[in-house]
Design a protein around this ligand. Structure first.
Ligand SMILES: CC(=O)N[C@H]1[C@@H](OP(=O)(O)OP(=O)(O)OC[C@H]2O[C@@H](n3ccc(=O)[nH]c3=O)[C@H](O)[C@@H]2O)O[C@H](CO)[C@@H](O)[C@@H]1O
Ligand SMILES: C=C(OP(=O)(O)O)C(=O)O
Length: 436
């Protein structure tokens, strides 16, 4: 189990370049299965989940070549479908959440797609109904082995259909889109998720020859084509990492510049941090956070009632940044209610923050009230375990702001989604060491 040792209480300074987006990368990598032609992808983050997916693609027979830092080519001209029936696949497929998105492309191109129950964060129930309901609508036969927790879809031919998704599932929409682009006729997906990850996927598929309209909205209309060709694609900067660095700057009273953030793709994220009283300045395509020497004050609603920050499908606020918002609020002036609507087990990490001296009431598994200290009392250093990727980074931010030396165990969770985080934090002055 990996461990970080962190000496907190130091101001940081400098600039940081966000990595390519993890959740976009997982979709884009699966899309290489849709064509026998060469696909070149840039700005691929060097993180555990992405590397696991690349290794899974290699085992599927995809030819993968590293061309430089973050740049790879992929060619799926000789796919080894036998691997899908191997025990090795049952282990590899479980290793991450994003592996679920190989199902749609495999079904569309080869008539069958299988997946063991995928991994990812243990943050509550993470059902896959939307994925399979969509694929069934396109004509697939569905099978599930409860014993092995193994899912499968098969079809001689997919036929376009109208579907109204029960929920705007991010990976579910990606899976259905990747199947529908090669289906015969027209598919309409209403209540589609439309995160920048999906917009990027649809733009890439259109460059490959797909006919998708409505990109960026919750209604995607797809005219199926017979085959797709190669393309080049560059990943957007990771908006969740960007939000993490905003929170880190505020909480450690540091002046930080976050470089090349692609402002137009950040949606409500900068404003949510502004609601906590944090100054988020736009400098070209960079974000500049000045040192918050006098702290930051949470805004109330117009009628004077306590601010609530909650998650929602895009263009709402992403659930992946609520843990960061929560930790940053522990040192704000004022109070806020954090309402995690999507996941039922994502707020339990607040116990650790409470141990460190934060004033938080966990109202129920979905809601926590935070009463900020306004830096009148520091968080105390402690030993903690990272339960999931975003809680892990939130605890890391808490440790960097706390007085004394903390340790964080199970940092594999953080490495799942943050590239070389210790080295990048040291470059801006953090005292952090990887001791195991
Ligand atoms: C690899 C990847 O891309 N993972 C992301 C993806 O996961 P993933 O695609 O697995 O998440 P989904 O969008 O399917 O659903 C997330 C959760 O929200 C619930 N739900 C979803 C939509 C909705 O309208 N109402 C609702 O309640 C679902 O039941 C589920 O519990 O999207 C999540 C939601 O943004 C993010 O936290 C994950 O980081
Ligand atoms: C929940 C997340 O990831 P995953 O879906 O891969 O578990 C996340 O990125 O915050």
């Amino acid at each position: 189990m990996g461990i970080f040792k962190i000496e907190g209480g130091h101001q940081l300074k400098g600039s940081i370049q966000p990595q390519g987006a993890k959740n976009e990368a997982l979709q884009i990598l699966c899309a290489v299965l849709l064509t026998p032609e060469l696909i070149k992808i840039n700005n691929i983050p060097d993180i555990v989940d992405v590397n696991k997916l690349i290794s899974l693609l290699k085992k599927l027979g995809v030819k993968v070549e590293k061309k430089g830092k973050g740049t790879y080519t992929f060619q799926a001209d000789e796919v080894n479908l036998k691997y899908l029936e191997s025990d090795e696949f049952k282990i590899d497929g479980r290793g991450l959440r994003g592996s679920i998105m190989i199902v749609g492309p495999l079904l569309a191109r080869f008539g069958k797609g299988y997946i063991p129950k995928p991994g990812g964060d243990k943050i509550g129930r993470r059902r896959l109904d939307t994925h399979f309901e969509g694929l069934i609508k396109l004509g697939a036969k569905f099978g599930y082995s409860k014993e092995e927790q193994f899912y499968g879809v098969e079809a001689d031919k997919l036929i376009g259909a109208y579907m109204l998704l029960e929920e705007a599932s991010v990976t579910g929409t990606a899976n259905i889109v990747m199947a529908a682009v090669l289906a015969e006729g027209k598919t309409t997906i209403y209540n589609a998720a439309c995160e920048p990850y999906l917009q990027q996927l649809c733009k890439m598929l259109n460059r490959m020859g797909a006919k998708i309209s409505g990109v960026g909205s919750n209604m995607l209309i797809i005219d199926g084509v017979e085959n797709l060709g190669g393309t080049n694609h560059t990943m957007l900067p990771d908006m969740i990492e960007i939000g993490s660095w905003i929170g880190l700057a505020a909480m450690t009273k540091s002046e930080l510049t976050i470089k090349n953030v692609s402002w137009n793709d950040l949606g409500v994220i900068p404003n949510m941090f502004r609601k906590l009283g944090i100054t988020v300045e736009k400098k070209g395509d960079d974000i500049h956070i000045p040192a918050h020497i006098d702290g930051y004050e949470i805004q109330n609603f117009i009628d004077g009632s306590i601010l609530t920050i909650s998650d929602a499908p895009w263009p709402g606020f992403t659930p992946d940044l609520l843990s960061i918002i929560l930790v940053v609020a522990t040192q704000a002036r004022g109070s806020v209610l954090i309402h995690q609507k999507m996941f039922e087990s994502r707020l339990f990490f607040v116990d650790k923050l409470i141990d460190m001296g934060a004033k938080i009431i966990l109202c129920d598994p979905h809601r926590a009230t935070v009463i900020g200290h306004d830096f009148k009392s520091n968080l105390k250093a402690t030993t903690m375990t990272s339960p999931d990727i975003r809680a892990g980074v939130s605890l890391l931010i808490a440790a960097l702001s706390a007085k004394g030396t903390s340790t964080i165990q199970n940092i594999e969770q953080i490495d799942r989604g943050y590239e070389n985080i210790d080295e990048r934090l040291r470059a801006i002055g953090a005292k952090i060491e990887r001791i195991a």
